[in-house]
Design a protein around this ligand. Structure first.
Ligand code: CMC
Length: 377
């Protein structure tokens, strides 16, 4: 009998087609619906990129205006979602809080009830649900951070765009344009990345004809892990441990001797560098200048150059985004929920794509347990 060719972690396995994004590690490029992500981050609002991911085309000014109206309609935290968040223990991880809130939004959607046979929803219903989650997540994430700090909920503002309003609801003051721009770029860069672990999870759930909310709840669970979305939080823990640029060499000697993974470095697909890093690093540089924190850039550069020199492993997007979110004022525990708020666009675009050309995702396994045997007696 021939041995099956097992690809651990599905590494290198192409499981389906997609027209949402294209990752090319050879040319170090990432395209959303054909557009280079760097170009989108430099020229577009996150709302326009969300629209692009769902609809396949960038919106016209009229389409964007209509979309913004729709997004603003769903910004406020629903009373029952707020009550559910308040039940989550303050020392639980914020990703558990976000997962719970999204689950309740799903359970409260009047169109999502009834028979499991209708659970999947039509493409129109799924688009509507995607916009609802996209619009609701900033309030969930912002309120989470505020309640952990003992602060009151802040209501959304209709006169601010997505990113400016997100920062308003988190900090209760209007953010400077430089900060809004850096935040907007991070959201665009995090929005989509083909068949990563959380997106694949969402597609697996969708493939059973389950509903979009369940797919997003599952994706949030997959994103929480430090090998995936949890890495942006982990980068800050590492920065805190190291302290300053002059401590990098000694810290790295010890960490590598202990065979620790250095969070924010390495990638399953990009082996020569993550295409999103230069754009996010440029955004981090503007924040370093704005907040006058050269020591952050010094630590960033020292760890990057020392680790790349020793291991030849390059930073991924989480490496610049962690310190950027820290400078903006987000708590370290809020970083991965920010990733959720961005990636919900990509996840839901994939849910709609999977549902539109579905095949149940059900791989095989090679059994390596005991041979057939029987209960004694
Ligand atoms: N620190 C130290 N060694 C590393 C790292 C790292 N960050 N990344 C890879 N390596 C080593 C690894 O130990 C292994 O060495 P050896 O062959 O001697 O055992 C070799 O490089 C190959 O690593 P791998 O883990 O088998 O590669 P992978 O493609 O399965 O892993 C990864 C990719 C992202 C899981 C891994 O690089 C990692 O754990 N990085 C740290 C966590 C992180 O930053 N995750 C965010 C990923 S990007 C954002 C996202 O998609 O969510």
């Amino acid at each position: 009998m021939t041995e099956p060719d097992i690809k651990k972690g599905l590494a290198g396995v192409v499981v389906d087609t997609t027209s949402i994004s294209k990752v090319n590690p050879e040319t170090n490029s990432l395209l959303y619906r054909g557009y280079p992500v760097q170009e989108l981050a430099a020229t577009q609002s996150f709302e326009a990129v969300a629209y692009l991911l769902w609809q396949g085309e960038l919106p016209t000014p009229e389409e964007l205006a209509a979309f913004r109206v729709e997004e603003r309609r769903h910004r406020a935290l629903a009373d029952n979602v707020r009550a559910a968040i308040d039940l989550v223990p303050l020392d639980a991880h914020p990703m558990d809080e976000v997962r719970t809130a999204v689950s309740l939004i799903g359970a409260s959607d009047p169109g999502a009830g009834g028979s499991v046979l209708d659970a999947g929803g039509s493409p129109e219903q799924n688009l509507e649900r995607s916009i609802r989650l996209f619009a609701a997540l900033p309030a969930i994430v912002a309120y989470g951070q505020r309640r952990r700090r003992g602060q009151e909920l802040i209501e959304p503002r209709d006169d601010l765009d997505y990113s400016a309003n997100f920062l308003w609801m988190t900090f209760g003051e209007e953010a400077d344009a430089v900060v809004v721009d850096a935040f907007n770029r991070s959201m665009i860069l995090y929005a989509e990345h083909s068949f990563n672990a959380s997106t694949f999870t969402a597609r697996v759930i969708t493939s059973t004809l389950s509903d979009l909310y369940s797919a997003v709840v599952g994706a949030i669970g997959a994103l929480k892990g430090p090998l995936h979305g949890g890495a942006n939080e982990a980068v800050l823990h590492i920065f805190d441990e190291i302290g300053s640029a002059d401590a990098v060499e000694a810290w790295l000697d010890k960490a590598l001797a202990e065979k620790r993974k250095i969070m924010g470095f390495g990638h399953r697909v990009y082996k020569k560098g993550d295409s999103r890093v230069p754009t996010m690093k440029a955004a981090l540089d503007t924040l370093v200048e704005h907040f006058d924190k050269p020591e952050v850039a010094a630590l960033y550069d020292a760890l990057e150059s020392e680790f790349v020199a020793r291991k030849g492993i390059y930073p991924n997007l989480d490496y610049p985004s962690g310190p950027a979110y820290n400078l903006i004022g987000f708590d370290t525990l809020t970083f991965t929920p920010l990733f959720v708020a961005a990636r919900v666009t990509g996840w839901t675009a994939h849910v709609i794509e999977q549902a539109g050309a579905n095949a149940l995702i059900r791989p095989l396994s090679e059994y390596v347990g005991p041979d057939e045997r029987h209960v004694a007696g």
